[in-house]
Design a protein around this ligand. Structure first.
Ligand code: SAM
Ligand code: CA
Length: 284
């Protein structure tokens, strides 16, 4: 099923060593997701810099997710730490996430952004006028618009988000993201208002999201496209053996990477964090 396979980034094990002298690169732990060719090095990063600083509710959510059958979809702990830091660096106040699953990256986001959306950024490169917040509900202001076709998985992680005291920041919408983006675009007041958008869902729609998000993100704001190295398959020959879902989405990821590289409206930076994340800063 596409949604379960859309991001099972660690599902396809890396090559087994041909002989005992080569290093085993099979990652077994959930959320243990890296393109590094050394398990030991990745484990070192996790154990030295990531796990010791991981918020206790994120740890709990990670552990709950580990027991879920689709756990390979989760954002890895090091990528969660990266997103949290990134959002603080850009002083993000209003964000969007497409593809929530059990909410690990969502919690990393919710912990990073200020409670009331008014805390000023230390490093924001552009003048930062007060932003209209357009996701208001009876429960108050929401700074994160989060979308997923599956509410059940979100609800699995929700108790951890609540325990962390940040659930009030989240406006979760169940259903496909494209119609929500189209509805947002109908109101001019939403244009150019998002500081950050994390796209981590159906890869065959990334370019459709991109055109819409370019209107919704503010000038100088960031779009983050996840899994742009697609389990390393982007450099495999077309006839190489690949899992079915890797092969299916591979062409979409290749097209996305080419399109982003050619898009003069954005500055880009593709990082080998997790399964590859491409950051696009809206420059025009
Ligand atoms: N960011 C998540 C995390 O940190 O665990 C992982 C998201 S997972 C890789 C991809 C998610 O995208 C799945 O939960 C799936 O239900 C969702 N999805 C697939 N197609 C979608 C669509 N058209 N609109 C919204 N969500 C979608
Ligand atoms: Ca992902």
């Amino acid at each position: 099923m596409a949604t379960t396979a859309a991001d099972a980034t660690a599902a396809a094990p890396k090559d087994q060593p041909a002989n005992g002298s080569e290093q085993v690169t099979r990652h077994s732990e959930v959320g243990h997701k890296s393109l590094l060719q050394s398990d030991a090095l990745y484990q070192y990063i996790l154990e030295t810099s990531v796990y010791p600083r991981e918020h206790e509710c994120m740890k709990e959510l990670r552990e709950i997710t580990a027991n879920h059958p689709w756990n390979l979809m989760t954002t890895s702990a090091d990528e969660g730490q990266f997103l949290n830091m990134l959002l603080k660096l850009i002083g993000a106040k209003k964000t969007m996430e497409i593809g929530v699953y059990t909410g690990y990256s969502l919690l990393a986001t919710a912990l990073a952004i200020p409670d009331d959306g008014t805390v000023s950024s230390l490093t924001s490169p552009l003048p930062d006028p007060p932003l209209p917040i357009h996701q208001e509900t009876e429960t108050g202001m929401k700074q994160i618009l989060a979308m997923d076709i599956n509410r059940e998985n979100y609800e699995l992680g929700l108790p951890c988000i609540e325990k962390a005291g940040v659930a009030h920041k989240i406006d979760f919408r169940e259903g496909p993201a494209l119609p929500v983006l189209d509805a947002l675009l109908e109101d001019e007041a939403n244009h150019g208002t998002f500081d950050f958008v994390f796209v981590d869902a159906d890869k065959d729609n990334y370019l459709n999201y991109h055109e819409r998000l370019m209107k919704l993100v503010k000038l100088g704001g960031l779009l983050g496209y996840d899994n742009t190295l697609w389990n390393g398959s982007v450099v495999l020959p077309a006839d190489a053996p690949m899992r079915k879902y890797i092969r299916y989405y591979r062409d979409f990821v290749l097209d996305l990477n080419k399109a982003l590289a050619a898009d003069q409206r954005v500055e880009i930076c593709q990082l080998p964090v997790g399964d590859g994340i491409t950051l696009c800063r809206r420059a025009k």
